[in-house]
Design a protein around this ligand. Structure first.
Ligand code: Z5A
Ligand code: MG
Length: 211
């Protein structure tokens, strides 16, 4: 692993509004860490490959309709079905760079009007990230980027409410990075945050989300 001491891997999560650059930056960070000889895998939620993930994918593409609470629980189930694999990877020394996690789950459902406590409840017991990188971009600015508007939730008014809920979820593991800066500048900041996190958490115990 990165620190060479045989410790556990780090759970690093990227969060942010639609088109804030999470997937681009996850890929860049992954290849940087691999280049450093660090055992790393790139994960994403929703994981559209599982049977639960396929239901989520159909919903997001507007190919199916689901009650708000039902889809919320499916997103959560999609994380639960990966929890034990996630834990064994981390304990085995692999760092995971995860594109969206429970914060997306809570912020999006709460933005629809669901009670935030109710939204958090099914996330309790999932693994707590060591580092959450929030890519901060104004919704209007994100909307100007490529590919916006194809799926459910991709509307500026809705994204503003999502941003407010994200804000309320911030804790000591969060680092806010200005996602409107050039791609390379953002990339540089993420490299440093990730390297620090990986070396700091090697001997730290894995914990669960405190919600
Ligand atoms: N959702 C939920 O409701 N509950 C949950 O529990 C979870 C998710 C996990 C699908 O997610 C939806 O699921 C999502 C939340 C909800 N809501 N919506 N819509 P997804 O992760 O599959 O979404 P996505 O389709 O991958 O898109 P994204 O995540 O919104 O985009 P992104 O990954 O943040 O951005 P990107 O693809 O890296 O970049 C977008 C474009 O911007 C691209 O053309 C880049 O070249 C450009 N870009 C990126 N960075 C920059 C900078 N710095 N400057 C200029 N241009 C840039
Ligand atoms: Mg993405």
């Amino acid at each position: 692993n990165g620190g060479g001491k045989g410790g556990r891997g780090a759970l690093i999560v990227l969060e942010g509004l639609d088109r804030s650059g999470k997937s681009s930056q996850s890929a860049r960070l992954l290849s940087f860490l691999e280049g450093k000889g660090c055992a790393t895998e790139g994960w994403r939620f929703p994981d559209r490959d599982t049977s639960v993930g396929k239901m989520i994918s159909a919903y997001l593409a507007n190919e199916s309709q689901l009650d708000d609470r039902t889809i919320h629980l499916l997103f959560s189930a999609n994380r639960w079905e990966k929890r034990s694999l996630m834990e064994s990877k981390l304990l085995g020394g692999t760092t995971l760079v995860v594109d969206r996690y429970s914060y997306s789950g809570v912020a999006f459902s709460a933005a629809k009007g669901l009670d935030i406590g109710w939204c958090k409840a099914p996330e309790v017991g999932l693994l707590a990230p060591d580092l959450v990188i929030y890519l901060d971009v104004q919704p209007e600015k994100a909307a100007e980027r490529g590919g916006y508007g194809g799926e459910r939730y991709e509307r500026v008014e809705f994204q503003k409410r999502v941003a407010e809920h994200y804000h309320s979820l911030r804790d000591s593991t969060w680092k806010v990075v200005d996602g409107s800066l050039p791609m390379e500048t953002v990339e540089e900041q993420l490299r440093e945050l990730a390297m620090n996190c990986i070396s700091e958490c090697q001997d730290k115990q894995l914990t669960n989300l405190p919600w």
